[in-house]
Structures are given as structure tokens and as C-alpha cells.
Design a protein around this ligand. Structure first.
Ligand SMILES: [Zn+2]
Length: 371
């Protein structure tokens, strides 16, 4: 598989394809490592007594990396930006048509150049799509619009949404953000603080739990115990004999030190290594807290809905922390009524997340630590 990494590689592939290029098409496909674009070139081959149309596969544009999860905001797709830029250059150089039916986000239901006549326009975003044959999806819209509609329904129906926990190391007014996780158990120190945390939760809309000096020294002991057990059975990671050579350089390794010994760990792919890594990190944070007289503070939501979350995010991120009530109503028109927006804002004011002064709605310090 040729990886198209620049206009030069694309240009070379076009020349190698032979014939007269007429259409360059960019289509999405996905595998376990994420979405990528593949490029086909439609060419006309002229021989003495015949003219033939052929399609040549040129290669892929793939930046790899993690699967970017849909979270209700549109993620940037740098692959699409590159394809658009190079497609334009190919158009200028060869006079060919650049065909890219989904240039804003990945979609593998778009018609190829030769299936255009089978396509319909997505009712929401007007993109050309081949109607899905899934009985669970609407036929008239594309998959990304389906996800958007689903997300908007969650806002409309005020479905519960308490995901999102933030951990800070705190001294007086100094807050150091240590991490975000959907749930508490995403933190490597979770098993050692869970009981304490649960017993201190007050189940208010916003729960802020403090883990103080005394707790931290107990946690330190527990983490060390767990680490002692893990490093006692530590094994360095060797590649299995059939591991493909070309992927070896993708595997990142780093070394951690614990009680004077060094351990080489590989990232992500080895569960035992990840646990050691997480525990070493937790121990480091705990040591920092002890030597610097910090405590830990953990921010939880409790009884939030998608609607609350969406309104807070709109005020905090989209509007930089301050906007008018009318602007929020406008943002959610068609999804929420004015009364629903008003109720949400009032609920978030009670939670300490918003301040309302006349028409102006502002986020608070709590919101910035909660989201
Ligand atoms: Zn659409």
C-alpha cells in the first residue's frame, strides 16, 4: 500500500498510472487503527483503434493514530485538509476533476465517482451518500448526521450524563491538573482512594472530594505494596517471533525507576506494563504531594444531564465563559425551548457552575475545573 505523504508522491503516482487522468477520487475507509483516505485515478487509455477507461488505485492518505471518538463536536480531520490541498494542485496541473464527496468528516457510505447516480443527498448536510441498508439507521441522512441527531436527542430528552472526573493537586489557590477520566477508576490511584472518596461524597450536583495529608500517607503505603507485587513478577516485553518488522518502530518504550531498579516498559500494548507505569506515576504524584504539602481534590458531577453538560460547554468553551441567555436559546433552537434553557441555566446556577446577572450568563471557577 503506497502512503501518499506529499503532493510530490501523489504526482509521481499519477504519472506512473499512465493514460490521461480525468478524475481523481478520494474516498474514506476505516480499519481497526482508524479512518484513512484512499485515492483512485480514473484514466483514459488511448490505443490506435480503441479508447478504454480504467481506474487505478494510487495509495492512501493515512495519519494513523488513535481512533478519534465522536463526542458531539466535529473533530478536525487533517487527512481531509491534505487531500483537498493536493486535489486542487492535481486539478491545476492536469485539468482533472477532483472528486471528494465527504470532505468534512469520514464517511464510507459516499458514492464513488461511478456510483454517483445511485446516491441521494443527506437530508441534513446535503452530502451525497449511498442510502444505508442498516435497519437501525435512517435512510435519508448520513452516518455523521445520524450521530448528530442522536446527540441532539440526548440533549432534548435530558438524558443522564455524569461522565467526567477531574483530579487536581492543590495548595491554597494553586491547582495543578493531574488528569481527566470518564470515571474515577480510570485513574491509577483509584483502587487506593475509592473507599475514602465514596464515603466523602455528598451527592450534591457538584461533589468536590478532598484527599488530605493523612490519607495521602496511607495511599503511599498501599501503592508501594502494589508496586512491590507487580515488579516482583516483571517481565521485559519481547516481540513474538511473527511480529511484523515494519510495526516494531511504532512500539514506544520508556524506562521507569522504582527503589533503585530500572524497568523498561512498552506503552499501551502490555497490560502489566501499563499497570506498573500507572502505579509509578501515582507514587510520583503522592510523593510530590507529601513533600510540597499538597492535597488532592477530585471533582464529580452528580445528577447532570446531556443538556446541562451541553449548555455549560457552550458558555465555557464556545462563548469563552460569558454570553447572553438569548444566545444560548438561539444555539439550541429546534432542540430546546426557551423555558428548558432557562431551567437548565437556573439548575446550573444552583450547582455553582453559572452566575446570572440580568441577561448575562457566566461560567465559574467550579465549571472550569469540572469540565
Ligand atoms: Zn449528513
Amino acid at each position: 500500500m503506497i502512503n501518499i505523504t506529499s503532493f510530490e508522491t501523489l504526482d509521481k503516482a499519477i504519472k506512473l498510472a499512465g493514460g490521461e487522468p480525468t478524475v481523481l477520487e478520494a474516498l474514506w475507509d476505516g480499519d481497526t487503527s482508524g479512518w484513512y483516505l484512499y485515492l483512485n485515478l480514473h484514466v483514459i487509455i488511448k490505443k490506435l483503434f480503441s479508447i478504454k477507461k480504467e481506474v487505478r488505485y494510487l495509495g492512501t492518505i493515512s495519519l494513523g493514530g488513535d481512533i478519534r471518538l465522536f463526542n458531539g463536536t466535529v473533530p478536525p480531520w487533517p487527512e481531509a485538509e491534505l487531500a483537498k490541498e493536493w486535489g486542487k494542485m492535481a486539478n491545476e496541473k492536469y485539468g482533472l476533476i477532483f472528486y471528494f464527496p465527504s470532505d468534512k468528516e469520514p464517511d464510507n457510505n459516499c458514492p464513488g465517482w461511478e456510483q454517483r447516480h445511485l446516491a441521494i443527498q443527506c437530508a441534513d448536510c446535503a452530502k451525497m451518500i449511498i442510502p444505508t441498508d442498516s435497519p437501525y439507521l435512517s435512510k435519508e441522512i448520513c452516518y455523521s448526521c445520524h450521530l448528530k441527531r442522536e446527540f441532539n436527542n440526548k440533549i432534548k430528552n435530558a438524558e443522564p450524563y455524569d461522565d467526567g472526573v477531574n483530579l487536581f493537586m492543590v495548595k491554597d489557590e494553586e491547582y495543578n491538573h493531574l488528569g481527566y477520566s470518564s470515571f474515577l477508576d480510570g485513574f491509577s490511584m483509584a483502587p487506593f482512594i475509592d473507599d475514602t472518596v465514596q464515603s466523602r461524597r455528598e451527592k450534591r450536583l457538584v461533589d468536590i472530594v478532598t484527599i488530605d495529608e493523612l490519607d495521602i500517607s496511607i495511599i503511599k503505603e498501599k501503592i508501594e505494596q502494589a508496586l512491590d507485587e507487580k515488579v516482583a513478577v516483571y517481565k521485559s516485553a519481547e516481540f513474538p517471533p511473527d511480529f511484523p518488522e515494519k510495526f516494531k518502530s511504532n512500539i514506544k518504550r520508556h524506562t521507569v525507576e522504582y527503589k533503585g531498579n530500572k524497568y523498561e516498559l512498552i506503552e499501551r500494548l502490555n497490560e502489566e506494563h501499563s499497570k506498573i507505569d500507572g502505579l509509578v506515576w501515582a507514587l510520583e504524584m503522592v510523593d510530590k504531594a507529601i513533600s510540597g504539602n499538597y492535597c488532592f481534590k477530585i471533582y464529580f458531577k452528580n445528577g447532570f444531564t446531556y443538556r446541562d453538560d451541553a449548555v455549560l460547554r457552550f458558555v465555557n468553551f464556545v462563548s469563552n465563559g460569558s454570553t447572553s441567555l438569548a444566545a444560548i436559546v438561539q444555539q439550541y433552537s429546534g432542540i430546546l425551548t426557551e423555558t428548558e434553557v432557562q431551567d437548565t441555566v437556573t439548575k446550573m446556577e444552583k450547582a455553582g457552575c453559572l452566575i446570572i446577572e440580568g441577561e448575562i450568563v457566566q461560567t465559574t471557577d467550579v465549571t472550569r475545573k469540572l469540565l
